[in-house]
Design a protein around this ligand. Structure first.
Ligand code: 15L
Length: 271
């Protein structure tokens, strides 16, 4: 039974939403980030940790049963930033979990692990990765680390390839990849609580008519999303109409992460 849970990246956008949604679910929800969130509630315990510093990560994970690893750099960035926050930081979280005997890790992966699949492709999590950014590569690295720590050291690991967490989808692409925050909580709880789980890669997406990803494994584990992006169709399309044209982004699932720094010929991106 998972009772004590650490959330890294607790001061970030997703962490802030999850703090209230997870309130009371576990007897202890410990929060960690570089800086303390300004609105820390009396029942919340905060431990400052720089993920790139192993001793700080070890101190943060000490005594917990499960980790929700949201921390790191959450968009594309310079290599040095990605290296410290997402490569070294992610290694430190898994390795500290092993050293401290933490049973479960839920890793916030991203749709940007597969961003260079074209939008007309329907894929499952067994397809090879096609990262669209250094950020996407770092998330694929995190998934690989998770597999190794599960297979070699017996941790129970769930990687959630998150689409886009928001109150509602804000453009055309998000009509396919949006996830309602409450649905993400369901997936995290599967990762922390499902008795048979060993290593899983699940799609962090709601029940979207225009979805691109086969999430049948998540459904088999009990996922019952309540979010439906299509309910916000008109607003999302109005949001899309305000965006500048970006033909490369429009071809691929990763959207603007694909067009940023793109110097190639899109017809050469294998299909
Ligand atoms: C992500 O992985 C990012 O963390 C988030 O900021 C969004 O940009 C999202 O992907 C997206 O693809 O919309």
């Amino acid at each position: 039974m998972v009772k004590r849970v650490l959330m890294t990246g607790a001061a970030g956008g997703i962490g802030t939403r999850l703090r209230s949604l997870l309130q009371g679910v576990y007897p202890e929800l410990r929060l960690s980030d570089l800086r303390q969130p300004p609105d820390l509630a009396p029942h919340e315990r905060f431990v400052a940790a720089d993920l790139a510093r192993m001793e700080e990560v070890e101190a943060a994970v000490d005594g917990v049963d499960g980790i929700i690893h949201l921390g790191g750099h959450s968009v594309e960035g310079p290599w040095e930033t990605i290296l410290q926050a997402n490569i070294i930081g992610c290694y430190n979280v898994f390795e500290a979990a092993r050293r401290k005997g933490v049973e479960r890790v839920v890793f916030a992966s991203s749709n940007h692990t597969i961003g260079f699949y074209r939008r007309y492709r329907r894929i499952d999590a067994d397809r090879k990765v096609r990262p669209d950014s250094r950020y996407g590569v770092s998330k694929a690295f995190g998934e690989a680390l998770g597999a190794m720590y599960a297979d070699k050291y017996g941790l129970r690991v769930t990687c959630i390839r998150i689409g886009n967490v928001d109150d509602k989808p804000v453009d055309l692409r998000r009509l396919s990849i949006w996830i309602k925050p409450e649905d993400l909580v369901q997936l995290i709880r599967i990762g922390l609580e499902h008795p048979e789980l060993r290593y899983e890669v699940l799609w962090g997406v709601s029940d979207n008519e225009r979805g691109w990803w086969d999430n049948s494994r998540a459904y088999a584990l009990g996922y019952r999303p309540t979010g439906r992006a299509e309910a916000f169709r008109d607003e999302a399309l109005a949001g899309q109409a305000k965006l500048p044209p970006d033909p490369i982004a429009d071809m691929f699932q990763g959207g603007p992460f694909c067009s940023e720094e793109f110097r190639g010929d899109p017809s050469q991106v294998s299909d």
